[in-house]
Ligand binder design. Structure first.
Ligand code: MV4
Length: 449
């Protein structure tokens, strides 16, 4: 069924990103917003705008009844959830579909499966993805934990089944600490997620975070769009992402890409997904799957030429994938810098009025942002205010252009992470592509000290 009016259940740069794809397809847009976002760029550009509640997300962007009412009132025939907020809420996806509104996302059952990290691992194993060695599903007892840990070797990691994104994890250095830390992990998981299910894995000491972008049509056809390297993180927040990864050869990409696309085809996956791996000593280990569009999707767009939001909308309309694997080429290199309204070194949030704004431009430079001069960045939400995405034929050329583009960005009135990115691009380890998930925090600690 063709979509004619799309409700965007999100805010900020991603709401604008979705609005742009919709308009390019001749689809009208409906913005829903809190009272803190009345003056947001995407609200101004949308064809219709509906205020759904006060600033706290729990009363607006997470308010299912208010969003469904807005869809009914505006006559929207589809909802795109963006990332975060309700994007991985299987119940919301079911409610949307029960109202005969097209859900621009995966089948609710697949969102639910991947949201439970124990179920996700079992599914991944059955689909032939390589896993981190560990317990076979949920831990049943301390005795089982001891057996598994002895078999795989210390240190091990205990993780909450309802966690993910780094929440609810603990490193267990040796058997002495096992009993205490497993029961601590259980009670913390119960308190945080209402679910005390935990499992254990071999702790990988110094891996890279490499994720594959996939798309399925929901009818057994799937493709992969290569990988992104997202190892540069601070407190589980990605800071800079690149595609392709500096450490993955074309042969490795093709080998793993085939494994992940076959897996998605076999499960009948629908829409956009990201399969996250840890990569250490040349081996991939599945950790999680995200059943949404990700913040860093533009680096994949840059090296494939595909519009991922357009692709999501087409699939929700029941159309086939717009490209076959054989037609896809991965060309050149792309890097995304996440620009946050925060102190570049302490990371303290810096909301407030942007007194002056000018975006970088020029060849192969993309800025995804809802900023404008005079805009007030509200204090209630995530501090990311812009993404700078730069493309080059080579990684070196991409980095040179990125330095040039960062230098052109003007954001006055608030502090931003731009100076941190500029310093990062001078680091030999970064220039050599020689970094793991620990590198950024160690670098920041050295600079403070
Ligand atoms: C791990 C790990 C080491 N060994 N699992 C953190 C987020 C969640 N997606 C999984 N995470 C990790 N799982 C095993 N068996 C280390 C991390 C991890 C991490 C992973 C990706 C990117 C940044 C990270 C920072 C700290 C820990």
């Amino acid at each position: 069924m063709p979509i004619t009016r799309l409700l965007i259940a999100n805010r900020g740069e991603i709401a604008l990103r979705i609005h742009r794809a919709a308009h390019e397809m001749g689809i009208e847009t409906v913005a829903v917003h809190s009272t803190a976002d009345t003056d947001a760029m995407h609200v101004r550009l949308a064809d219709h705008a509906i205020c759904i509640g006060p600033p706290p997300a729990s009363e607006s962007y997470l308010n299912i009844a208010a969003i469904i009412s807005a869809a009914e009132i505006s006559g929207a025939d589809a909802i795109h959830p963006g990332y975060g907020f309700l994007s991985e809420n299987a119940k919301f996806a079911e409610i949307v579909e029960a109202h005969d509104i097209a859900w621009i996302g995966p089948k609710p059952e697949h969102i639910r499966t991947m949201g439970d990290k124990v179920e996700a691992k079992r599914t991944a194993r059955d689909l032939g993805l390589p896993l981190v060695p560990g317990s076979d599903g949920a831990l049943q007892s301390i005795e089982e934990a001891k057996e598994v840990a002895a078999r795989i070797g210390y240190p091990v990691l205990v993780k909450a089944a309802s966690g993910g994104g780094g929440r609810g994890m603990k490193v267990i250095p040796s058997e002495e600490d096992l009993e205490t830390l497993v029961s601590q992990a259980r009670s913390e998981a119960k308190a945080a997620f209402g679910d005390d299910t935990v499992y254990i894995e071999k702790y990988l000491g110094n891996p890279r975070h490499i994720e594959f972008q996939v798309f399925g049509d929901g009818n057994g056809n799937a493709i992969h769009l290569g990988e992104r390297d997202c190892s540069l993180q601070r407190r589980h927040q990605k800071v800079l992402e690149e595609a392709p990864s500096p450490v993955i050869s074309p042969e490795e990409r093709e080998r793993m890409g085939t494994i992940v696309s076959n897996a998605m085809a076999q499960m009948g996956y629908r829409g956009a997904g990201t399969i996250e791996f840890l990569w250490e000593n040349g081996e991939f280990y599945f950790i999680e799957m995200n059943t949404r569009l990700q913040v860093e999707h533009p680096v994949t767009e840059a090296i494939t030429g595909l519009d991922l939001v357009r692709e999501q909308i087409r699939i929700a309309e029941g159309k086939p994938l717009s490209v076959q694997q054989e037609e896809l080429r991965f060309t050149g290199h792309a890097i995304e810098c996440r620009i946050n309204a925060e102190d570049p070194w302490s990371f303290a949030p810096s909301p407030g009025q942007v007194t002056s704004y000018h975006a970088a431009g020029g060849m192969h430079v993309r800025v995804d942002s809802g900023l404008y001069s005079g805009y007030r960045i509200p204090p209630y939400y995530d501090s990311m205010i812009a993404k700078l995405i730069v493309y080059g034929r080579t990684r070196e050329g991409c980095i040179m252009r990125l330095k040039r583009a960062l230098g052109e960005m003007v954001v006055e009135g608030v502090k931003t992470s731009i100076p941190m990115h500029e310093a990062l691009l001078e680091e030999p380890d970064f220039l050599n592509g020689d970094y793991t998930i620990k590198w950024l925090e160690e670098w920041l600690a050295k600079r403070q000290g």
